[in-house]
Write a protein that binds this ligand. Structure first.
Ligand code: FUB
Ligand code: ZN
Length: 655
């Protein structure tokens, strides 16, 4: 194996007040908190996962590794993929060292890497459930086992840890794992002609390929993608051979093959179907592989799935997953707001997919979605204290409905301490700590600045960029480019979709008019210093949904910059937020509230409030003109809801 022990230098420092706060929050609160939960040292109330799989005793994630390593006695507890909570946490911690070196934490993570190395079998295999309790069933029930998913998450963590700290040990665990996978899977007669029920290993193997240059890892990732669905009976055959009733996760056998994106080969899959997180991880894997192999069938599938998700199956907040049944996508324009799923992991995964698509193609629409996920659908997954999390992210919720309507019991109206299936908390943490990797895309002779999150960036050609802004509250962005060697390159700045008709660009103090090319304006740079200012449209926008989306017909959502707003009971005296009617011409007062919800801009919208009918009245009466009174409807950013008194919330307001 050719290993390039060259730790990556993180060259982007986030200076944005908004995001530095979150990055520090992860270091100070989120990582220590999650570590104590995974060690079963925190006194927490663990909610069952929204699918009610009956796992909510404790985390046991570190204990599982200790048992596999022979350091402790006992059985495995938790989901087959319980190890991934630890790996995602390790990955988040690794990225945090690039902006906040922390010796105490580093001692913990080094010890953890040693524990993982001890838990790993000599042949590279590592999945604690199977090592501890089901040694005969390794790779025998891939529909449910998550073994490759689990190892994929370690590989991502190991690569990150190696890139940031230079740890050869962390990387060796990953390469041993990948070698084990390469031996066991493939087209040879004695290999398994299959893949995991949950995509993830594909994108992880490409990350490993990127740091090792080992072609086998890229080929393996490619194999998993092209093999997927070619034998639609693959999982069923394995289940029968393993013993049909011996499910590892209840109900998973009953899911349709589309749930696993394995009903037919990817090249023939026309729409994005099934479990939302599986879809977006699969897409990220496809885009990652296509970047190096230029496999047109994979690229075509990326485009099909992207369009399907973004144009027909995504909420205005960037959330995806319209139903709790199978945590899945459903059908075009089916986007109910109060029974939906919108898993945090799916939004995080969508950000991964968008980032990869940007590497493939310089199109603003990918960065628009990335931005949407960052400021809305992903961020809503965590409370302002960093210790409470949403798994499901509704656009409309009422505590009473969640408590009393079983069809809404998966919709929490407060963030939980932790989950029996704790996939989301550390997934969001790793996105936040790696945010500096999401701001620029470099290709050929072009630097694309596609996010407006303030930062200081240094590029290999000695170019540095100091991007200043108070985004997302202000749309004024300043780029100071220093180019000591007078390199010639193109600087592409995204003009966000929400500002298309109204923005101003100045270069070195002179107004500039440059036509937009697929969402970007390109500025040739060859001077040693250049200053670019961009003023984006921060006016409040009343948004309508396509009238094909039945759930949003006759409704209005409110957006300012990239931030989607919502009405919350805590500000608006009633749980009946549907009594408010908003006109698209309503006056809005935009107010900076430095002490509210850690500093937000609120919107006070003049509305009409209907009178609530008497409880004893006949509920159905001939239509009369509604009695309304003028009222003020206060809106807060969606990501910040459920941080005060528990109450109702809605994004889509009645017209
Ligand atoms: O199956 C592993 C993870 O658990 C998925 O990505 C989440 O959606 C949750 O079901
Ligand atoms: Zn999740």
């Amino acid at each position: 194996m050719q290993t390039l022990f060259k730790p990556k230098l993180n060259h982007v420092d986030i200076t944005s007040k908004f995001w530095s706060h979150y990055q520090q929050l992860v270091v100070k609160e989120v990582l220590p908190y999650q570590w104590s939960v995974m060690n079963d040292e925190a006194s927490v109330d663990i909610s069952e996962d929204p699918q009610n799989n009956g796992i909510n005793k404790n985390s046991h994630a570190i204990a599982n590794l200790k048992i596999a390593a022979g350091q402790q006695k006992g059985h495995h507890y938790g989901f087959p993929f319980q190890d991934t909570d630890v790996y995602k946490w390790l990955e988040a911690a690794a990225y945090s060292f690039s902006y906040q070196p922390n010796n105490d934490l580093k001692t913990i993570t080094d010890t953890l890497v040693s524990l993982i190395a001890d838990a790993q079998e000599d042949n590279g295999y590592l999945s604690t459930l199977f090592q501890i309790d089901e040694p005969q069933r390794k790779f025998k029930r891939l529909q449910q086992s998550h073994e490759l998913y689990t190892m994929g998450h370690y590989i991502e963590a190991g690569v990150a840890y190696y890139q940031v700290t230079g740890s050869g040990k962390a990387l060796t665990i990953a390469t041993k794992m990948a070698d084990c996978i390469c031996r066991n899977f493939g087209a040879d007669p004695d290999q398994i002609h299959g893949y995991d029920g949950h995509p993830e290993i594909e994108l992880a193997l490409v990350k490993l390929y990127e740091v090792t240059n080992d072609q086998r890892y890229l080929d393996m990732a490619h194999y998993f993608l092209v093999e997927r669905g070619t034998d639609p009976d693959f999982f069923d055959k394995q289940n029968i051979a393993d013993g049909l009733e011996r499910d590892l996760i209840p109900n998973m056998r009953d899911m349709p093959r589309t749930y696993y994106q394995a009903d037919k080969p990817i090249k023939d899959q026309q729409t994005a179907e099934g479990h939302a997180v599986r879809v977006v991880y699969l897409c990220t894997g496809m885009a990652s592989v296509a970047l190096y192999t230029h496999d047109q069938t994979l690229l075509d599938a990326c485009h099909r799935f992207w369009n399907d998700i973004v144009k027909r199956r995504m909420y205005i907040t960037g959330n995806i997953g319209s139903t709790t049944t199978g945590e899945s996508l459903t059908y075009d324009y089916d986007l109910p707001n109060d029974t939906m799923y919108g898993e945090t992991c799916a939004s995080v995964g969508m950000a991964f997919f968008a980032k990869k698509m940007l590497q493939l193609e310089s199109k603003g629409e990918y960065a628009d979605i990335l931005e949407k996920e960052l400021f809305n659908g992903s961020l809503s997954g965590m409370s302002l204290d960093g210790k409470h999390f949403f798994y499901v992210n509704p656009l409309e919720a009422d505590p009473k409905a969640s408590a009393l309507n079983p069809g809404k019991s998966h919709v929490l109206t407060h963030r939980a301490d932790w989950f029996g299936c704790a996939c989301c908390p550390a997934n969001l943490a790793r996105l936040i700590t790696s945010l500096s990797d999401y701001l620029y895309t470099e290709k050929d002779n072009t630097i694309l600045a596609h996010q407006f999150i303030a930062n200081k960036a240094a590029f290999n050609n000695k170019v540095s960029i100091n991007q200043k802004s108070d985004f997302p509250w202000s749309g004024d962005v300043l780029f100071e480019i220093t180019n000591p060697e007078n390199c010639e390159f193109r600087f592409g700045i995204r003009i966000p979709q929400w500002s298309l008709g109204n923005y101003q660009l100045s270069i070195n103090g002179h107004l500039a008019s440059i036509s937009i090319d697929d969402g970007f304006v390109y500025i040739p740079v060859n001077e040693s210093k250049m200053t670019i200012t961009l003023s984006l449209d921060m006016s409040v926008k009343f948004m309508a949904a396509s009238n094909r989306i039945v759930a949003d017909q006759n409704k209005i959502a409110v957006q300012r910059g990239p931030v989607i707003y919502c009405a919350e009971e805590a500000d608006n005296h009633t749980s009946q937020l549907g009594l408010y009617h908003v006109s698209p011409k309503a006056n809005v007062l935009v107010k900076k509230e430095p002490t509210l919800l850690n500093g937000v801009t609120t919107l006070d919208v003049s509305a009409q409030e209907e009178e609530l009918t008497n409880a004893d009245d006949n509920p159905y009466q001939p239509l009369t003109s509604e009695k309304t009174i003028p009222a003020n409807l206060r809106l807060i950013p969606y990501y910040a809801w459920a941080n005060r008194t528990e109450g109702a919330m809605r994004v889509w307001l009645n017209r």
